[in-house]
Design a protein around this ligand. Structure first.
Ligand code: G3P
Length: 213
């Protein structure tokens, strides 16, 4: 499973990229808004920092406006793919963008049925929001598992991005289930590095060495 970073924060992305574990970036309008920087400028900087897929979301909700926005976002950098929320207009947009050879990430997906439609429309990526399902007492990982199973049943090419990750075990379970990618907030990438036995081990190695010499 590949790891993307779910962030629009330049510093976080720079630090995570330096670890050498990040294969792509996902953003959304809320993440961009938090940074209070120009949207296009931010996407341009991010594209220069990570050599992999960068998801940029459309703000419009109707077909024609989404297509125009998609063209304009894609013009920023060839690695940019267009995040389109699932809806009837969204599926039309994904279909047309696929026809034009523009990569898409179908977002705000909360059911296996939505994910099947996204794949059939030709989405490059699909983003089930695991954490937001858990937030309303649904089983986000069960939905992720259904999507991966269905895609495997029919050799569907659309890549599954486990999104709305809330804690390290969401990442581990997504990998166990067989998601292609997990998009992980910076804080959780750092939590994944840590283990109390690693910290204790480093301390003990140092103590033993210093005691002997
Ligand atoms: O980028 C999409 C998704 O990961 C959002 O996560 O934490 O706002 O539910 P969250």
């Amino acid at each position: 499973m590949q790891i993307f970073i779910d962030s629009a924060n330049i510093e976080e992305i720079r630090e995570a990229a330096a670890l050498g574990v990040i294969a792509g970036v996902t953003t959304n309008p809320s993440l961009i808004a938090k940074e209070k920087r120009d949207y296009r400028e931010t996407l341009g900087i991010i594209s220069g920092m990570v050599d992999g897929p960068i998801s940029a979301e459309v703000l419009s909700t109707d077909f024609k406006a989404m297509l125009d926005e998609a063209q304009s976002l894609q013009a920023i950098h060839p690695n940019i793919n267009i995040k389109v929320p699932i809806s009837a207009e969204g599926l039309r947009t994904i279909t047309e963008l696929a026809r034009r050879g523009i990569k898409t990430n179908c977002t705000l997906v909360f059911s296996a049925g939505q994910a099947l439609l996204a794949a059939r429309a030709g989405a490059t990526f699909v983003s089930p929001f695991v954490g937001r399902l858990d937030d309303i007492s649904n089983d986000g990982l069960a939905v992720l598992n259904d999507i991966v199973t269905i895609y495997n049943n029919y050799a569907i090419d659309t890549q599954v991005i486990s999104a709305s990750i809330r804690h390290p075990m969401h990442v581990v379970e997504s990998a166990r289930i067989g998601a292609d990618i997990a998009t992980v907030p910076y804080k959780i990438i750092m939590q994944l590095i840590q283990h109390p036995l690693t910290e204790r081990g480093i301390e003990k190695f140092l103590q033993d060495y210093q005691a002997a010499f």
